[in-house]
Design a protein around this ligand. Structure first.
Ligand code: MN
Length: 257
């Protein structure tokens, strides 16, 4: 079945919504292609079942860096589920004060996930890099090649220099409404080629004012992104759709839209 997407949410947590089935139904209704990331491998079977019937929502298997310390025993489970889906996430590193103590375990988990993705090939990764962009890029450089792994840096908040290095490593950037509010967003987003931009929400996190975000909020983000980058809304929509098609083709889904 070929779909006609209106927008793309490359990082949301469908399973953390109060009613995941309703969130998936809303994506189908609003024609939002969504990547439903997970924070623990144990969540994979259920997410896989929930999304199986939706041509719009695709599930990713992951192990969130903030859970790496308490969940690293699920690493072999992550590796055993990875052959079932081309999408991996949420994985990565978190260097904030709250999670710095577990960086060694985080790095072990992230590295193993990267090695497995590299071995399998055709893997699209949604990567958390808060306060750890340099270390994330180092791990990508050491363990992956752009021919086998397509990394998407989710809610990237690193420097322009780090972003340039990420581009050299083949990274894409999924931008949300909160990325746009960041003081350095304009210089960062203008430094990125339009063909590496994607949209996301990180819903149900990353509040929009006082409400919970929804996948369809990517439509507004795409319009604001067009303003910041200085292209028309229609050029931006077209670029985002072309980029999304390229990412899905990398994952082996060539005829989705
Ligand atoms: Mn997230």
């Amino acid at each position: 079945m070929r779909i006609v997407p209106a927008g793309f949410d490359f990082h949301c947590h469908v399973d953390l919504f109060r009613d995941p089935a309703a969130t998936i139904a809303a994506c189908n209704q609003n024609r939002i292609v969504a990547l439903a990331v997970t924070t623990t491998p144990r969540a994979w079977p259920q997410n896989s079942r929930w999304t199986a019937q939706s041509p719009y929502v695709h599930a990713a298997v992951g192990l969130h860096p903030e859970l790496a310390e308490e969940r690293h025993s699920e690493l072999s489970l992550l590796e055993s589920y990875m052959p079932e889906t081309p999408f991996v996430g949420e994985i990565g590193l978190d260097g904030t004060a709250q999670h710095r103590n577990s960086l060694q375990t985080q790095t072990m988990v992230f590295t193993r996930a990267l090695e497995c993705a590299q071995r399998l090939g055709g893997r699209v990764l949604s990567i958390h890099s808060r306060r750890a962009a340099g270390d994330v890029l180092k791990a990508l450089e050491e363990n992956t090649t752009p021919v086998r792994v397509l990394p998407i840096l989710h809610w990237f908040s690193g420097s322009v220099t780090e972003a340039r290095k990420a581009l050299d490593l083949g990274c894409y950037f999924s931008v949300n409404h909160r990325t746009l509010q960041h003081a350095s967003a304009t210089s960062l987003l203008r430094a990125l080629p339009i063909d590496r931009l994607l949209t996301e929400t990180d819903a149900p996190f990353a509040m929009v004012g006082d409400r919970q975000p929804e996948p369809r909020d990517v439509l507004d983000t795409a319009r604001k992104l067009a303003d910041i980058v200085g292209v028309s809304s229609s050029s931006m929509s077209e670029a985002l759709a072309t980029n999304a098609a390229r990412v899905f083709a990398f994952a082996g889904l060539n005829d989705l839209f």
